[in-house]
Design a protein around this ligand. Structure first.
Ligand code: FAD
Length: 404
């Protein structure tokens, strides 16, 4: 039997997961990325239970559990270090049926790459355009190469060029209003407990530490022996509301952060002191209004190309994984043709991802002081929080997905 062929543009977490899901659905898969070398942008990511469930479904549950951090608790502190709330995440895990896994981006990418097969991915291949007719879809690359398949997945990220093809016009990313510094740092108890997600909040700013990866001794024989054993690390991030377009260089990150977080509790000072500015990312956070359509004929947008969301609910990547599973399911289980399956994918995803974009924007506005009185109210609410409201909101987001 001749296999149907899927062309995937973009080898980020969305494109790679789509590749795995489509291979499992019986497609032959080609993945193209414009970069010369695959290096993940950013340090780490919290893969919430809905994202983990997708990996479980694809047979990668054990692999992600090996590299994921042990996040048992969550705590909010005021900027000066008073505990606002500190609670176990176990009720959330029991409710949704799967623990979340904070994971370094490099480890996640290696895991996905290995599962899809390194030979499936062709680097140095910048896609410039696509064309389609009733028989197939063709991608054209900068180097003159072209390839034709039955379906094309545009997983080319937040600056997607193929989004304009699908929509018929370009879209603008919107600055959400804050700058985020993030990176990895050795875990130590003077920063935060090693099994807790800790957040310091005040003055519309935020400092966060999250455990990623367990100590090598706790790993007990990694499945992927070539993957460097997980060191015991925290994923940290620091948010500061700033006007659009501020620039800064790694040499001055620490000086600036000391000034933005002057007077904050000592773990925040220690974090800034210890972070390595050369491996710290500084990102102006943007999102994109929900798109009116996610597909055109045989071309499907997926991941950040389909939904640009602020990271404030930690769901951008998780949504890319959900997209991948839902797309492959429709392509595998319906038989009215590729275009019909893509329409079903769009119908299943468009509301879900719009909801996440709105939730993340709302969360960002509250955290970062868009309406200062609401932020103040949130700080007050945190003092009375026993975890149940926060976990209910997270569970709601998780259970809104396809694997609920
Ligand atoms: C600070 C921050 C924190 C975040 N935290 C979380 C979190 O905790 N949890 C979570 O779930 N999500 C989080 N996210 C979101 C998450 O990082 C993204 O949603 C996810 O990486 C999107 O994956 P993707 O594959 O769609 O896109 P990308 O990872 O951007 O991959 C796109 C790929 O396409 C390639 N490409 C682009 N154009 C072309 C072209 N023309 N031809 C060929 N290749 C091309 C690029 O080189 C790239 O490799 C966060 C984001 C940020 C910025």
């Amino acid at each position: 039997m001749e296999h149907l062929k899927a062309i995937i543009i973009g080898a980020g977490m969305g494109g790679l997961t789509a590749g795995i899901a489509l291979q499992q659905a019986g497609y032959s898969v080609e993945i193209y990325d414009r970069v010369k070398e695959l290096r993940s942008a950013g340090a780490a990511i919290s893969l919430w239970s809905n994202g983990v469930k997708v990996l479980n479904r694809l047979g990668l549950g054990q692999a992600i559990a090996q590299v994921g951090g042990q996040m048992d608790r969550m705590a909010y502190y005021s900027s000066t270090g008073e505990t606002l709330t500190d609670f176990s995440l176990q009720p959330l895990i029991d409710h949704v049926g799967q623990r979340p896994y904070p994971v370094t981006r490099t480890e996640l990418q290696q895991l996905l790459l290995r599962a899809v097969g390194v030979e499936t991915v062709q680097l140095n291949s910048k896609c410039l355009s696509v064309e389609q007719d009733e028989k197939g879809v063709t991608a054209f690359f900068e180097d003159g190469h072209q390839t034709t398949g039955d379906v094309l997945v545009a997983a080319d990220g937040t600056h997607s060029v193929l989004r304009s093809y699908v929509l018929g016009y370009p879209v603008e990313r919107k600055y959400v209003g804050y700058v985020n510094w993030n990176g990895l740092i050795p875990a130590s108890e003077d920063l935060a407990p090693k099994n807790s997600w800790v957040l310091y909040v005040g003055a519309h700013k935020r400092a966060s530490l999250m455990p990623v990866g367990r100590a090598p001794s706790e790993l007990g024989g990694a499945i992927f022996s070539e993957v460097a054993p997980c060191a015991n690390r925290f994923y940290f991030f620091l948010d500061v509301p700033l006007p659009k377009g501020t620039v800064s260089q790694p040499e001055t990150y620490q000086e600036e952060l000391f000034s933005f977080f002057k007077g904050w509790a000592s773990p925040v000072q220690t974090l800034i002191e210890r972070l390595d500015p050369t491996t710290t990312s500084r990102v102006e956070i943007h999102d994109v209004d929900p798109l009116p359509t996610l597909v055109r004929g045989r071309v499907a947008l997926l991941g950040d190309a389909a939904h640009g969301t602020a990271p404030d609910v930690g769901q951008g990547g998780c949504q890319a994984l959900e997209d991948a599973l839902v797309l492959a399911n429709y392509l595998q289980t319906t038989n009215l043709g590729v275009e019909d399956a893509l329409k079903r994918y769009e119908a299943a995803r468009i509301g879900r991802v719009a909801d996440i974009i709105h939730r993340a924007r709302k969360r960002s506005d509250i955290t970062h002081g868009k309406q200062p009185e609401k932020t103040q109210q949130w700080y007050e609410e945190l003092k009375r929080e026993d975890g149940s409201n926060i976990m209910a909101a997270i569970a709601n987001t998780i259970l809104g997905g396809p694997l609920n």
